[in-house]
Design a protein around this ligand. Structure first.
Ligand code: SAH
Length: 341
């Protein structure tokens, strides 16, 4: 059985032609899979029966299986999905008033070892294929309680820029008007700061949103939180960001988890302002930390969060404070998978 999502539209058209079917059916099949959410070719009622049979004999659509699910009181739903080789990945639906965001994983496990993140605790297993990433999106889209899946963020388990080709392949199909048709500006890639990946991304002709998980503005603290900082320290990272902004003219969002006793005091805020002062298009997204028992990470007090935010605002930075979602269901990345392994 071949996974039909591994075929490009052109390859699918060629396949149909080889069967003596008109190639325009390929667009119809794409529409059934990516827009109508069909998991079976037999559902594709406007295709001739012999074609449906031929497709069924040769291809499948969805390979993953639901292993577990958690629903939060706030509507956030987290799915633990089992791949064909029994590995587990997490994907989350985060509904809001006029949008629904799907948070997806790019790898099984993670090799970067950030000490506040549950994804790192089980180590790295492997990259997800483009098709597996697309299956996460299919699954989320088909399991929304209401409305449409409008946004995608690569903020689940793994490092998207460490699985560059497969992630970009998935982004192109998520964005394609013939497939998921989610606008580039509604797709966010988040990285722990892989400089070669950022340099590559800057050259893609894509208007996607881009985030960097910063979490500290001095090398000592950042290296303690995120070992990747030893390889790609702040000065080099910021220089790379400057080039990204110059090339793409797109804003970069800096994610900053506020952790009690680590990175949430006035000095940390001052360092952050200084670090970002020469970036023309920067935004800071402050995130109250989810506590993870395994790693003694505790959220900063709300008073500290407020004064941290005020300091950045007064310094003229563009700042948002992320509303925590799904805290009652272990929704921080990797937490549910961790409980299972
Ligand atoms: N590897 C990529 C993609 C993973 S998304 C990256 O590092 O950006 C990582 C995001 O997960 C962080 O920016 C943060 O938003 C979230 N995260 C991880 N651990 C968390 C925790 N303990 N509390 C709150 N958010 C957390």
């Amino acid at each position: 059985m071949q996974d039909i999502k591994e075929l490009s539209l052109k390859e699918l058209e060629d396949k149909l032609l080889s069967w003596g079917s008109p190639k325009y059916y390929a667009r119809g099949i794409y529409d059934w899979i990516y827009q109508k959410g069909a998991y079976e070719f037999s559902q594709m009622s406007n295709l001739p029966a012999p074609l449906r049979k031929a497709l069924t004999d040769e291809f499948n659509i969805l390979n993953l299986r639901l292993a577990d699910l958690r629903e939060s009181g706030d509507g956030t739903t987290k799915f633990l999905l089992e791949l064909t080789d029994k590995n587990l990945v997490e994907a989350v639906n985060i509904p809001a008033l006029k949008r629904a965001t799907g948070c997806i994983s790019s790898q099984v496990g993670c090799k970067f070892g950030c000490n506040f993140c549950a994804s790192a605790l089980g180590g790295f297993k492997r990259n997800l294929t483009t098709s597996e990433i697309l299956e996460e999106v299919l699954y989320l889209k088909n399991n929304l309680k209401a409305g449409q899946l409008t946004h995608i963020v690569f903020m689940g388990t793994g490092e998207p820029l460490d699985n560059y080709e497969n992630v970009l392949g998935a982004i192109r199909r998520i964005n394609s008007p013939l497939a998921f048709n989610i606008g580039a500006r509604r797709i966010t890639v988040s990285t722990c700061g892989i400089i070669p990946g950022i340099e590559r991304l800057a050259l893609e002709d894509l208007q996607i949103e881009f985030s960097i998980s910063l979490h500290a503005a001095d090398d000592k603290t950042r290296s303690q939180l995120m070992p990747v900082n030893n390889k790609y320290p702040l000065a080099a990272l910021i220089k790379c960001c400057q080039e990204y902004i110059a090339k793409t003219n797109r804003q970069i969002t800096f994610e900053y988890i506020l952790i009690k006793g680590v990175n949430a005091d006035l000095t940390a805020a001052q360092n952050l302002v200084r670090l970002l002062e020469d970036l023309r298009l920067a935004k800071v997204n402050l995130i109250p930390a989810n506590s993870i028992p395994e790693s003694r990470i505790n959220p900063a007090d709300s008073a500290q969060v407020i004064s941290f935010k005020e300091y950045l605002l007064k310094a003229g930075l563009n700042v948002t404070l992320r509303r925590p979602r799904g805290q009652d269901i272990d929704a921080a990345c990797g937490q549910l998978r961790l409980r299972h392994e």
